[in-house]
Design a protein around this ligand. Structure first.
Ligand code: G3I
Length: 317
């Protein structure tokens, strides 16, 4: 059985993949992506980000995002929206001005409301806030925090809720698996949002991991989050290695994928897992981490690796 099929048999909503518009001209790649027994959910890797959707203030471009939303719809796949507010991939008009708090508040609210509103009814969950924390649990001092303090989070979440009341609203973050300080900061943020009546439905655990280094606390971190009454999802899973890959590394990678999937399976509030593209052909890893790669369950020739079987085992055993 294929990966989304077994994820659903395990009681989850989806097993999915990120994808990106340039890859959609690759017909062999798309043939696998389109298979909703393999992938029950898609996330656009870039085309719903701020630089792609509001490149100049007040001018919204949804063409590429729509392509992926329409692909998911045609394939009968869920869609995760990624993302509304992030320090990275911001158009220069956002960062080049010393906005007042009132101005930036309006900019954030307009961006999130327009973006989420455009996809109203099409998105299962939105990464409304992406990567707000440093690894030590302090707030990332980006333009949003520096101008608005922590209030930018509630401004964005409230705009998103108003724009699409049925979308699950997430805060998404990396190194939550390994940094207890960052995980504690996330717990405290969700508690404070709940206490203030701000809408928050889920925590996204990105899951950019390293072969042989899946934190032993992975499952307990998921449980710590779901105990807050929110759902969790693994949103950007990949497990990289130092190249070249060897049979031993690929075997360890299989085990590591199985461990991560089994953790989601074991935690009732973990709704699904998304891999950050399914093939090494289009992985972001080698361009960011020199000498590393082979992070995905399909190799660069679109052939399944042992990791594929690790994922299937994670859902079925
Ligand atoms: O759009 C330009 C294009 O005009 C230009 O010709 C080309 C030349 O380099 O660059 C293009 O921009 C690239 C962009 O992807 C779109 O393809 C950027 O250089 C490149 O840095 C960017 O990388 C993306 C990265 O986020 C940026 O931070 C990756 O594709 C994307 O997979 C990655 O995804 C992030 C998540 O959003 C958040 N979590 C971490 C994850 C991995 O970094």
């Amino acid at each position: 059985a294929k990966l989304n099929t077994v994820a659903k048999l395990a009681g989850k909503k989806y097993f999915g993949s990120a994808t990106d518009n340039p890859e959609l001209t690759d017909t062999a790649y798309v043939a696998i992506l389109d298979d909703n027994t393999e992938f029950g959910q898609l996330t656009p890797g870039n085309s719903m980000k701020w630089d792609a959707t509001e490149p100049t203030q007040g001018t919204f471009t949804f063409t590429n995002g729509d392509t992926i939303a329409n692909l998911a719809k045609a394939n009968g796949q869920l869609l995760r929206g990624h993302n509304c507010v992030w320090y990275n991939q911001l158009p220069s008009w956002v960062t080049a001005t010393n906005w007042t708090a009132a101005q930036l508040s309006s900019i954030v609210s307009t961006h999130c409301g327009t973006l989420v509103g455009h996809y109203k009814g099409q998105v299962y969950s939105w990464d409304v806030i992406n990567e707000p924390f440093n690894d030590d649990g302090t707030w990332r001092t980006d333009i949003f925090y520096n101008t608005l303090g922590t209030s930018y989070v509630s401004i964005a979440l409230q705009a998103a809720r108003a724009a699409d009341p049925n979308a699950k609203l997430y805060v998404n973050e990396y190194n939550l698996e390994s940094s207890s300080a960052k995980a504690t900061a996330m717990v405290n943020l969700v508690k404070s949002l709940q206490a203030a009546g701000v809408p928050i439905d889920g925590i996204g655990i990105q899951g950019h991991l390293i072969v042989g280094e899946v934190p032993s606390t992975f499952q307990s971190t998921l449980s710590q989050f779901t105990a807050l009454g929110v759902e969790v999802a693994i949103t950007e899973l990949d497990i990289r290695m130092t190249l070249p890959s060897t049979p031993a590394l690929l075997a360890q990678q299989k085990t590591d994928y199985q461990t991560v999937i089994a953790a989601c399976k074991a935690v009732a509030g973990c709704v699904g897992v998304t891999i950050w593209d399914y093939t090494d052909k289009y992985s972001w890893v080698p361009s960011t981490f020199s000498g590393q790669g082979a992070a995905c369950p399909w190799d660069a020739n679109l052939v399944r690796k042992p990791a594929y079987d690790g994922i299937a085992l994670g859902w079925t055993t």
